[in-house]
Every structure is written in C-alpha cells, then in structure tokens.
Design a protein around this ligand. Sequence first.
Ligand code: CMX
Length: 142
Amino acid sequence: MNKMSVKSLDHIAIAVKNLSEAIKLYQEVFGVESTETTTVESQGVNIAFMSLGETRIELLEPTHSESPVAKFLEKRGEGLHHIAFSVEEINITLQHLQSLGIRLIDNQPREGAHGVKIAFIHPKNTLGVLTELTESKKEHGR
Ligand code: CMX
C-alpha cells in the first residue's frame, strides 16, 4: 500500500451528558428519524447512531464516571469527540501508518459497536482531532 485509502466518513462522534436528551434534540431540531442505540461496556459508552445520508452521527454518553468520555466531558464539556474513517483492511492500514511514524493510540484494533474492528490515531498527528479507523467489510455494511 503506497498510501492510506479512506473509503468514506463513517461517522462524526459527539460527547453528550444525556443521551436521550441529545437524541431528542437531533429528532426535534434536525428532523433526524433513524436512531439506533447500543452500549459498548468495554469502552464505557452508550451510543446512539443516526444515519444522515452516506454518513452517521454518533452520540456518546458515558456509562460511568471513570469512562474516558466522562473524563472528556469533565475537561472539555459536550462537543466533537472524534471523526471516524472507514477503511477496508484495518490491520494493513495500521501497519502502514506505523511505517510512516504516525503515533497510534491503538496499535492493534479493538472492538467497537456491533463487534466492528476500530482503532484510534493519536490526535497529535491529526490536527488535534481524535480520529478513528473503522473496518468496513461488505458483510457488516459499514
Ligand atoms: N479529542 C482530542 N484529543 C483527545 C481526545 C478527544 N476526544 N481524547 C483524548 N485526547 C487527547 C488527550 O488529551 C491526550 O493528549 P496528550 O497525549 O497530549 O495528553 C491524548 O489524546 C491521549 O488521550 P488519553 O485519554 O491519555 O489516552 P487513552 O489511551 O487513555 O484514551 C481514547 C484513548 C482517546 C481512545 C479514549 O480516551 C476514548 O475516548 N475512548 C472512548 C472511545 C469511543 O469513543 N468509543 C466508542 C466507539 C464506538 C464505535 O465507534 O464503534
């Protein structure tokens, strides 16, 4: 691989204090209809995914006070938490980024919502924006 090939913007994630209020805001103010909620206990988050055309908004609510998202809310308040790019082969992409000297938070993929493989790049290398890679394969449609 000569360069990283991002397939699409999978989602934009926003950290929120109260998931049901945030969903309500998106439904009532922005008219977003499709909402799916899930919990990723290993990462301490309740998640709402809302489809918006080809991409999605992901609302993140901490499940407990030690969750990384709880710490984020304490430090920075509600707001943009990360963006996520869809890639086909996450392991190959991570190896490629390492070969370029890009600092990763996850050297190996971890499990995200719905068991999808994800990995975070250190925000120092991505203009201060926490950036997630999410493996997109035809079978799970992401
Ligand atoms: N935006 C910008 N910078 C951020 C950040 C954010 N959201 N979160 C952390 N950082 C910065 C930190 O300030 C820190 O900077 P320094 O190294 O300069 O101190 C650096 O990034 C590393 O952060 P950390 O908290 O020290 O690192 P951890 O390894 O403890 O945490 C992280 C890694 C960021 C992935 C984790 O804190 C986190 O946010 N986890 C939640 C992940 C999440 O959103 N999961 C749901 C995904 C589900 C899915 O998409 O399927």
